[in-house]
Design a protein around this ligand. Structure first.
Ligand code: F6R
Length: 365
């Protein structure tokens, strides 16, 4: 059932090109409008929306952070992202002009489901992004977007996360089209690029040596810091969660600009920093953040697009991902994060598919 792979996690990491493709198939077709058969939101209803909340737990929440960034950029609707267990107890402002997007791989997470139910009660419209057909979340939401990742067995989410991102990009294009914030040409351009992502993810998965080599370093054992800005920060949070979950190594992700506001005090000779730098406008700022930690003795791994050779001058190691639009970078840049966690955990002898203390579906509060 593991199809020749050692664990489900590595199998699922390798299934990502297909999962991305399946989630796009029939929805994104070159030259045609986006078709979302279970989303019934009309232009009139969308024009009435004055606020979007994206809600999830853990990895799903991290996907939501990418969602906020792209919806605000492309569809120009204010978005707030929150953790389901925080949102539901804080008396948030929900009206009949609120659109709530709940993200849940299992579709059964108790806190997420509670947000959906409470939101509907208060008159909000709820769109669910879920991987399980017939799950509670899929049955109770007004609109559903199924991610076609296939069953995810490993506790740590990989292919489900990537397809949640794909779902959010497609949904964003759909909203931008309805609202008229992007032209048909602009939408077509992003679509065309998205359709190349399965192949680019495949390329990435065929070049594992640098990640394996980096993961085998003896200094990969305590307090690892992830740094990024913008979309790279959202991916860093996911990378840090992955590492904690399966390798039990303490990891934290910081927005590059926050470094000076505290965390840099923790950097000492040998501290490992994994920096993601895919956003051109933020590149100079990130490079100067990297210099700050290098000066203090940190070992830095940079994750960047092919051809951004300047990172080699500042980082000890570099992992290159195939070039795509900056906007779409998270779909590819998360893959080296998953693989580094995987290799580090394997080296430590951890059970990557069933990390201690964790359950695949959190149906209790
Ligand atoms: C992380 C992980 C968890 C889940 C979270 C939400 O690898 O798997 O953080 O993402 O428990 O689960 P779902 O998406 O099923 O609501």
């Amino acid at each position: 059932e593991k199809g020749g792979y050692e664990d489900f996690m590595i199998k699922e990491i390798h299934e990502q090109p297909k999962a991305i493709k399946d989630t796009m198939t029939s929805r994104l077709v070159a030259g045609q409008d986006i078709v979302l058969d279970k989303i019934h939101l009309t232009k009139e209803q969308l024009d009435n929306v004055d606020k979007i909340y994206i809600i999830g737990c853990g990895t799903a929440y991290h996907a939501g952070l990418v969602g906020k960034n792209i919806i605000e950029k492309l569809a120009r609707i204010p978005v707030e992202v929150d953790i389901a267990s925080e949102f539901r107890y804080r008396d948030p402002l929900i009206t009949d002009r609120t659109l709530i997007i709940v993200i849940s791989q299992s579709g059964e997470t108790a806190d997420t489901l509670a947000v959906l139910r409470d939101g509907k009660k208060k008159g909000a419209r709820v769109v669910a992004i879920t991987n399980v057909v017939g799950s509670s979340v899929s049955r109770e939401a007004d609109d559903v977007f199924y991610t076609w990742a296939g069953p995810e067995i490993a506790v740590a989410s990989t292919k489900a996360y990537v397809t949640q991102l794909v779902a959010l990009y497609i949904l964003t294009l759909y909203l931008a089209d309805l609202k008229g914030t992007l032209s048909k040409e602009e939408i077509e351009k992003i679509k065309t690029e998205m359709l190349t992502l399965p192949e680019k993810a495949e390329t990435l998965l065929n070049n594992l040596e640098t990640m394996q080599k980096f993961a085998s370093k003896s200094y990969m054992e305590k307090d690892i810091f992830f740094l990024g800005r913008g979309l790279d920060y959202a991916v860093s949070l996911e990378g840090s969660l992955k590492l904690k979950e399966i390798s039990y190594i303490h990891a934290e992700a910081y927005a590059g600009g926050e470094l000076k506001h505290g965390p840099i005090a923790l950097i000492e000779p040998g501290t490992v920093v994994i920096a993601t730098l895919t956003q051109e406008t933020l590149l100079d700022k990130m490079v100067s953040n990297i210099r700050e930690v290098v000066t203090r003795g940190a070992k830095v791994l940079g994750i960047a697009f092919e051809g951004s050779t300047e990172i080699e001058k500042t980082c000890d190691y570099a992992i290159y991902i195939p070039r795509t639009m900056e906007l779409l970078a998270p779909i590819l840049s998360v893959i080296p994060h998953q693989l580094i966690s995987y290799y580090v955990a394997k080296q430590k002898g951890c059970d990557v598919d069933k990390p201690r203390n964790l359950a695949k579906s959190v149906t209790v509060e």
